[in-house]
Ligand binder design. Structure first.
Ligand SMILES: Cc1cc2nc3c(=O)[nH]c(=O)nc-3n(C[C@H](O)[C@H](O)[C@H](O)COP(=O)(O)O)c2cc1C
Length: 352
């Protein structure tokens, strides 16, 4: 992973579309068939990576399909040849030794292309209805810290002895070890103070929700300055793209996206009602209304192909290396971005 070139990724459509549910050209579809076709095509188009969000229940509500992240990741690992596959995980759902074993297995299937995205949960019903319970925000991070410490050591091939508040591990070691590199890459998504501290301490890459350039600048400065051992932490940004021939066309399509999004208000009200209100991510979202999830259009990747390429270069100059993207309709816009924006970014980069 070279810091000199931006890397582009797509969110897999495991929850269905990442924007309006009523888009006439993008009906809700979270099927395996769609996800398989989407990621195989993304790989062909030159995308570097894909992020598979993890939810057992679709946060949109009862009746909405949701593709299971880890089984999908394993299958995609077997079908693809080059693209990185990142699967998110909420620590409360799997014991760390089981998750470490699964991660090493997918790393093996993929030939060294697997990443774990640790996410510390915000959607309460998923854990509450299962009887697992939904711990308080900072307690979840305390649990997540012990959990990722164990996972990281196990996937690094170490023998683990761990006596913590939540886990007691007695001489655990996994075989086979990673045959391709030291271990799968570790990403962390989450904006709160404990999330940032954990990312600085344990992650290779910190994922930032889409937001304005100046906010991203200060977030990067904050995390980069925190205590850490080993190579510097790297940064990824989530964003929803609307790229068109002209700025005016892109702004018109953004306005259209807002009219479509208006129809989803009742569904989103239920989603927000089921969210942990201490999750800092939602405070950021409230400040920056956007299309898409995880900050979406708030990152400002809306405009002509040249405008979007220039904005990507600005983020890259701040330190964003991986751009994890959403579109709608997803597949046709993913193609458009690959054909029109990625080459412009590469040309600007070469000229610089
Ligand atoms: C790029 C990115 C991907 C995320 N993916 C997921 C996910 O798959 N599942 C999930 O429940 N939360 C996901 N999250 C949410 C966060 O992990 C975290 O739960 C949320 O930000 C609340 O924590 P905070 O208070 O630290 O912000 C993601 C966040 C980011 C930035």
């Amino acid at each position: 992973m070279s810091a000199n070139q931006p890397r582009f990724g797509v969110w897999a459509l495991v929850c269905g579309s990442w924007a309006a549910l009523q888009h006439p050209d993008d009906p809700f579809d979270a099927s395996w068939a769609r996800n398989k076709a989407q990621i195989l095509e993304a790989e062909d188009l030159g995308y570097d990576t894909t992020l598979i969000a993890q939810h057992t229940l679709n946060p949109l509500g009862d009746g909405y399909d949701e593709l299971e992240a880890w089984t999908a990741a394993a299958a995609l690992a077997g079908l693809t040849k080059r693209i990185e596959i990142i699967a998110a995980i909420k620590p409360y759902l799997f014991h760390p030794v089981v998750l470490a074993k699964m991660a090493l297995q997918i790393e093996e299937i993929s030939g060294g292309r697997f990443g774990i995205n640790l996410v510390n949960a915000w959607f309460k019903p998923e854990l509450e209805k299962a009887g697992i319970g939904f711990a308080e925000h900072d307690d979840r991070y305390g649990y997540g810290r012990e959990w990722i410490t164990i996972v990281r050591d196990l996937v690094s091939g170490r023998r683990v002895d761990f006596q913590g508040r939540h886990f007691q591990i007695d001489g655990y070691e996994l075989w086979p070890k990673d045959r391709h590199r030291e271990r799968p890459r570790i990403y962390i998504g989450g904006e709160s103070d404990p999330a940032r501290a954990l990312a600085a301490d344990k992650a290779d890459v910190w994922f930032i929700n889409g937001q304005p350039l100046e906010d991203v600048r200060s977030l990067i400065a904050d995390v980069a300055a925190r205590p850490r051992q080993g190579p510097p932490v790297r940064f990824g940004l989530s964003a929803f793209v609307i790229a068109r021939e002209t700025d005016a066309q892109a702004q018109a399509d953004l306005a259209y996206a807002w009219t479509l999004a208006e129809q989803d208000k009742p569904v989103l009200a239920s989603l927000y009602g089921n969210a942990d209100h201490k999750a800092v991510m939602f405070q950021t979202f409230a400040k920056n209304p956007h299309i898409g999830t995880n900050g979406g259009t708030a990152a400002g990747l809306v405009g002509s192909y040249d405008t979007v390429a220039a904005r990507i270069r600005e983020f890259h100059a701040l330190g964003i290396e991986t751009f994890m993207l959403q579109f709608q309709p997803f597949e046709s816009e993913m193609r458009r971005f690959a054909h029109h924006v990625i080459p412009r970014v590469r040309r600007l980069q070469a000229a610089a």
